[in-house]
Design a protein around this ligand. Structure first.
Ligand code: CA
Length: 673
């Protein structure tokens, strides 16, 4: 992948419903009908299977003239020790069996297509690879299991709305000297207990436990293309949205990229350590495009098949990264489904986040969710309900946010609440509800009710969406920032340049209070709990550690911020009222108060919602620069949050009546009778 091109591959663009565009007839259609006629194979034993009688190789390549296999003694810089011709078999699969003596060796496939030998490839199903993933490895996966792996289990999740998602990049999280972690930037960083900053604040996995998040969402951890695994001391950085081998872990996160078992074992050790801490692991998966076009492993095994094309035969590009895959073709659909099943069963992954999910079709996503629930009912799936460019796939088939009602067990990110709270993601100076810009109140309410139909929410006033697109709160992920675009800290700095750091931290608290008390599932970006920034860099996908690393000494400096987040998470977890299960319950139990002032929202969650011990919870959000007065019904109220402070058990009590709410803050009251 060429970096200039990658620069254009900005993540997280929101295009919403896009026109189909003039894809026209002819070439693209010819390609589609040709590929639709290909035989397919749904089995999960493609490419490498280790059997008592030998090593079975099989490659799906229906159009190949010939296929050969090379066995190598090492992962690179060596000549093959054997070359084996594969024989064409049923379902477009080519097969050969090699001697068991080759255990521990490496292999590549090579396909002859249209009379020409293509470059060697580790295939599309390499589960173990050497340095830079160029050669696949013949190893027994059972031997990669850490001690006690058979008993390893992630947290039981009854509903996605019960989880609290923490999005993190391995290197951001542990690379800074202040982390006190030994295996900086590695999978193993998340296995180290007892790590602290020089001032004694907890870091690493202990920090996650202290914060109280239920799941970590790890940025791409499959083998990606951009970081040179043969040159790790050069400290390259990448988010990893440039997939190379989808079914093997990334080598730069292992302690030894040349040892194919190391990256597998170490990733499993990471999962196991998190599970032992009660934390689930969500993988960010990027099946929507590949790092390369003609040189990708897809192209080198079945040229053209796995991608969509334009009318002129060129690669279509809904990913903004040079190509887009074709989930609507049966073998690509089989591939995505089998790949997530593999990660769920071999690595005990608890959830999947689909990058640019709307490049995939709704049918594929429904089958993904179904297949995963069969493995483990606690697994959940969510994704970006948009594309980064137009696609030949018909709009009604795309797994768009606007089509989420067609996908019962899939959730989408709410860009509605994100932009309404903090201001538009692509306009740094733009402000939102929490930073004093009027006109976002109704869109924040759309977030509060998880984009479901509510009698008091007027969707015609929504900024990004004009209808209640979710049929259930389980379909919505609420957030105010993620790895894409400016961090919340940087967004506040750019949109409130005159404000002090304290004032910005008040705005951040208000912003996250809205997210964490809303219906749906809350999601936060790593380090925001200690007010980390990225020095104003919005697309830091390959920025150095000086931009991306979290300086954990901020945990001491911004202890008040950390404690607020911790208490906010505790509040949400303790109260099912914030986690209602149905749109009907939300419509019945959430009652908005009539307030006419801008940047002010007041509402109640009534009726001991979802079995809550609290009969009524009153939430008032004031995003303006001025104190406001609201009328609260008389009663025995416990004050949960007020003026930038929060305590899940209560800060004090009040009888209600006229109450003043401080500028840029949340007021939360609760009563049991
Ligand atoms: Ca790699």
């Amino acid at each position: 992948m060429n970096f200039n091109f990658k620069t254009m591959c900005t993540r997280g663009l929101t295009f919403g419903l896009m026109s189909i565009g003039a894809t026209g007839m002819s070439v693209a259609q010819d390609i589609d009908s040709k590929f639709a006629s290909f035989p397919t194979y749904a089995g999960e034993d493609l490419e490498l299977a280790i059997l008592p009688q030998g090593i079975k190789f099989s490659l799906w390549s229906p159009e190949a003239d010939a296929v050969r296999l090379r066995i190598y003694p090492t992962d690179r810089n060596s000549a093959p020790i054997e070359t084996i011709d594969l024989t064409k078999s049923e379902n477009g699969v080519w097969r050969a069996v090699a001697s068991s003596e080759h255990m521990g060796k490496f292999y590549t496939f090579q396909v002859a297509h249209n009379g020409k030998w293509l470059a060697e490839t580790p295939g599309v199903w390499a589960k173990a690879v050497g340095t830079n993933g160029m050669r696949a490895a013949i190893i027994n996966l059972d031997e990669t299991d850490p001690e006690g792996w058979a008993e390893d289990k992630g947290p039981v999740v009854e509903s996605i709305n019960d989880v609290v998602i923490y999005e993190m990049h391995h290197r951001d999280f542990s690379i800074h000297p202040s982390s006190g972690i030994v295996h900086k930037g590695k999978f193993l960083a998340l296995t180290e207990e007892g790590t602290t900053t020089p001032l004694g604040d907890k870091t690493g996995i202990d920090h996650l436990k202290e914060l109280g998040v239920t799941h970590v969402h790890i940025l791409p951890s499959y083998d990606y293309n951009s970081v040179d695994e043969a040159n790790l001391p050069s400290n390259q950085y990448n988010w990893g949205y440039d997939p190379f081998n989808y079914n093997a872990p990334e080598g730069s996160y292992s302690t030894d990229p040349a040892n194919p078992a190391a990256r597998i074992t170490e990733m499993k050790e990471m999962v196991k350590a998190l599970h032992e801490a009660g934390i689930g692991v969500i993988m960010d998966v990027v099946y929507n495009h590949t790092a390369n076009n003609d040189d990708s492993n897809f192209s080198l095994t079945a040229p053209g098949y796995y991608y969509r094309h334009r009318a002129d035969g060129s690669y279509s590009d809904a990913s903004g990264c040079g190509n887009e895959t074709a989930s609507d073709r049966q073998q690509m659909r089989n591939y995505i489904i089998n790949s997530v099943k593999y990660w769920a069963s071999e690595y005990h992954i608890d959830g999947f986040r689909f990058d640019l999910m709307a490049i995939h079709d709704t049918e594929t996503m429904n089958q993904v969710a179904k297949a995963l629930k069969e493995i483990n009912p606690s697994i959940f799936v969510y994704g970006e309900g948009w594309t980064a460019g137009d696609s030949p796939l018909a709009v009604e088939r795309r797994a768009l946010k606007e089509n989420v009602a067609k996908m019962e067990n899939i959730a989408v990110f709410s860009d509605d609440i994100r932009d309404a709270i903090k201001g538009h993601y692509s306009n740094a100076a733009d402000r939102g509800f929490a930073t004093g810009k009027p006109g976002n109140e109704e869109t924040v309410k759309i977030g509060i009710v998880a984009s479901t139909a509510h009698p008091q929410v007027d969707y015609s006033k929504g900024n990004n969406s004009k209808f209640a697109y979710a049929s259930s709160p389980s379909q919505i992920i609420n957030y105010v920032s993620c790895h894409d675009d400016l961090t919340l800290t940087d967004k506040l700095a750019k949109s409130m340049p005159e404000a002090s750091a304290d004032e910005r931290m008040r705005a951040a608290k208000l912003a996250q209070t809205i997210v964490f008390t809303s219906q749906g599932t809350p999601f936060m970006f790593t380090g925001e709990e200690i007010f980390r920034d990225k020095k104003g860099v919005h697309n830091s996908y390959k920025s150095p550690d000086s931009i991306n690393a979290i300086d954990w000494s901020l945990k001491n400096a911004n202890a008040d911020q950390f404690n607020y987040y911790k208490e906010l998470i505790k509040l949400r977890k303790a109260h099912p009222a914030f986690r209602m299960r149905t749109a009907e319950d939300i419509a019945k139990n959430i009652v908005f108060d009539k307030v006419e002032e801008p940047n002010l929202i007041s509402y109640s969650i009534k009726n001991n919602a979802n079995g809550d011990q609290w009969k009524e919870i009153k939430l008032v959000f004031n995003g303006s620069d001025d104190a406001k007065v609201v009328k609260v019904g008389k009663g025995d109220w416990t004050i949960i949050a007020e003026d930038g402070k929060i305590n899940a058990e209560g800060l004090g009590s009040t009888r209600g009546g006229k109450m003043t709410i401080a500028p840029r803050s949340a007021l939360i009251l609760a009563r049991t009778k």
